[in-house]
Design a protein. Structure first.
Lengths: 259, 370
């Protein structure tokens, strides 16, 4: 229940502005891949192109190919909605639906698409998803309460539960811990370690220790200067990137000499 | 063992400044009222002048006392407070005056038996003359007008809300600030400023062309009112849809939810409390319109439950005709009593609608319980 992603020569534009230039990367199934790099280097933009979420931003477009187990996401006749139901996403700020209970938030992907689901199946799905997000024990007695009443870390895990409830192949995470305290961050990191048994996980992070802790492979993005496009500088095993990188700028970044 | 306690000083220290006593405002107010009454007694007493003079004296007294005791910064603060509270009272004055006048004049009419349940059908000047001469009850009521107002406003709402809400959805979700969206926003703004009589004339002319000459029904009035209502609904719904965080839309898209379902199931439910209260306020805005109804629904004295056929009464036009053309020209008092009663009912309706708007906003608001 997880697929690999292969990106070939991808350019991302905002209007005429080239934001990310010529990225080629192979992301293994059932692994955790971290994207690191300074702010504004295009790693979040690139992450969004992996499930066509960049199309929400007016004027954003891509050139190149993104293959999900060989199927091009940008091929003619591909419905972005189908893509997104296969590749889920967790955002920087926890964003549970404020009008829905915790239970309905988990079921949102099913219910919003008007799929019929029996109460028994729904109960099973809610429990499985919340257990998958390590949240079940904390909320099992208040499933009918609004999701906005949870703490930030719990809300973020609720969002992860919501994402895995639609059973995607890949989960993208855009700085999922940047708004959370260290304890909640630890809970999410433990969760990411468990998620990779079933899913392909791609995570953008500003926290290099986090990248080192959770990921199998790390990609370093950098930008030559303001107004220049972001580029993939180096991609390899996390251990290699942090201990023995090939590129000078990677070494500078991971050792904290800039950025 | 030596005590290191510093000696307890008096309340004045390097950090304290002069301060007016707590009773200062009340004392100044009392003095201002007495002095004001004395001044007014010299030039002829009237309550309005007393209020104005006392208010000015109060401001001068409090500010100068404060300037002497507390210094200029506190005095300026007191002056600003006086100005703010004074402006608030001035703004409140007409409102209180209107409500008071309508209450005093309207309650006798409202308490008249049958006022809310009878129409003016068959009530002629002869009955009014008899009521005045023999002191009997004033016959006739506003049932037909109340019914007309409710029906016309309801139909106007049914027309305006879908059109207005869908326009707002287009502007926020699909318009992308393009040319069409900008044009719509511009014309909605223009529509907001249309005089209501023009809306009435538009509806009358429209039905003249489409249905035939002399078409005056509740439906025509409803169309006229919806011309006034649509821009209000568009504006308020647009603002409410705009403040729905983009993150919620993205969250729904990321779950593989289609755009229209996202709007229907996530965006609108999140904004529904604001939209509903906006709609209720738009209803309150048009329920008192007189001119457009006069030229579109005519004026009836009997009950008409069919909005699509025949002339129809409404509360504003009822008030208008009762004052302008009393049922009995020689004894206008019963007619004006009925008009004031109708005015009171109209104000109560608007007040209830405003309360409903608040209630609706509270009921639909997303709950953040723990």
């Amino acid at each position: 229940m997880s697929k690999r992603i292969d990106v070939k020569d991808l350019n991302v534009y905002y209007g005429d502005f080239l934001a990310v230039e010529d990225v080629s990367i192979n992301i293994e199934a059932k692994s955790v891949t971290a994207f690191i790099g300074p702010s504004g280097c295009g790693k979040s933009t690139f992450l969004r192109t992996l499930n066509r979420m960049h199309e929400v931003i007016p004027g954003a477009r891509v050139e190149g190919e993104v293959l999900l187990d060989g199927d091009n996401l940008y091929g003619p006749g591909v419905d972005p909605v189908t893509v997104r139901s296969q590749i889920g996403m967790v955002f920087q700020r926890p964003n549970p639906f404020p009008t829905m209970s915790i239970r309905d938030n988990v079921l949102a992907g099913v219910k919003l698409n008007n799929k019929k689901i029996s109460k028994g199946e729904a109960d099973v799905l809610v429990e499985r998803s919340l257990k998958g997000a390590n949240l079940w024990n904390e909320v099992k007695d208040r499933l009918e309460k609004p999701g906005s009443g949870l703490s930030g870390g719990q809300q973020q895990r609720l969002c992860i539960a919501r994402a895995i409830a639609v059973e995607p192949q890949v989960i993208l995470m855009d700085e999922p811990c940047s708004a959370l305290d260290p304890i909640s961050t630890l809970a999410i990191e433990d969760l990411i370690n468990e998620l990779k048994d079933q899913y392909t996980v791609v995570i953008v992070t500003h926290n290099m220790q986090q990248a080192a802790r959770v990921s199998d492979k790390t990609a370093f993005f950098n930008i030559a200067g303001t107004g220049k496009p972001g580029k993939l500088i180096e991609y390899g095993d996390t251990h290699t990137i942090f201990s023995n990188p090939v590129q000078k700028s990677t070494e500078d970044y991971v050792s904290g000499r800039f950025g | 063992m030596t005590s290191t306690l510093t000696p307890v000083r008096s309340k004045r220290s390097a950090l304290t400044k002069g301060q007016l006593p707590k009773y200062a405002p009340y004392a100044v107010l009392g003095a201002a009222l007495i002095v004001g009454a004395a001044i007014l007694a010299l030039i002829g007493f009237n309550p309005f002048g007393w209020g104005v003079v006392s208010a000015i004296l109060f401001a001068i007294g409090l500010v100068s006392w404060s300037a002497v005791v507390e210094g200029s910064r506190k005095a300026k603060d007191k002056l600003a407070t006086c100005l703010v509270v004074g402006s608030f009272l001035v703004a409140l004055l007409p409102l209180v005056s209107v409500i008071w006048t309508v209450l005093v004049n309207g309650i006798p009419g409202l308490l008249n038996p049958g006022f809310l349940t009878n129409s003016m059908n068959g009530v002629t000047g002869a009955f009014d003359n008899k009521a005045v001469e023999s002191g009997g009850p004033v016959l006739g009521g506003i049932y037909h007008a109340l019914l007309g107002t409710v029906q016309i406003t309801l139909l106007a709402t049914v027309i305006s809300v879908p059109v207005g809400l869908l326009t707002a959805i287009y502007l926020v979700e699909y318009g992308h600030d393009g040319r069409l969206a900008k044009a719509i926003t511009f014309f909605v703004d223009v529509m907001t400023g249309i005089p209501s009589i023009v809306a009435g004339l538009f509806a009358a002319a429209f039905f003249f062309v489409v249905v035939g000459p002399g078409t005056k029904t509740g439906a025509v009035a409803a169309v006229a009112l919806s011309v006034l209502m649509i821009p209000v609904v568009v504006r308020s719904s647009e603002e409410m849809l705009k403040i729905v965080p983009n993150e919620l839309r993205e969250a729904a898209y990321a779950l593989g939810v289609r755009k229209w379902r996202t709007i229907l199931k996530v965006v609108i439910p999140t904004a529904i409390s604001g939209i509903a209260s906006g709609v209720t306020l738009a209803i309150a805005r048009v329920i008192g319109e007189t001119a457009p109804i006069l030229v579109t629904a005519g004026f009836a004295t009997s009950i008409n439950t069919n909005v699509f056929g025949g002339w129809m009464a409404s509360l504003p036009t009822f008030i208008y005709t009762q004052i302008l053309n009393p049922t009995s020209p020689s004894n206008p008092d019963p007619s004006s009593q009925r008009a004031w009663g109708a005015a009171l009912v109209l104000i109560i309706l608007v007040m209830v609608l405003n309360l409903v708007a608040r209630l609706v906003a509270r009921i639909f608001a997303p709950k953040a319980g723990r």
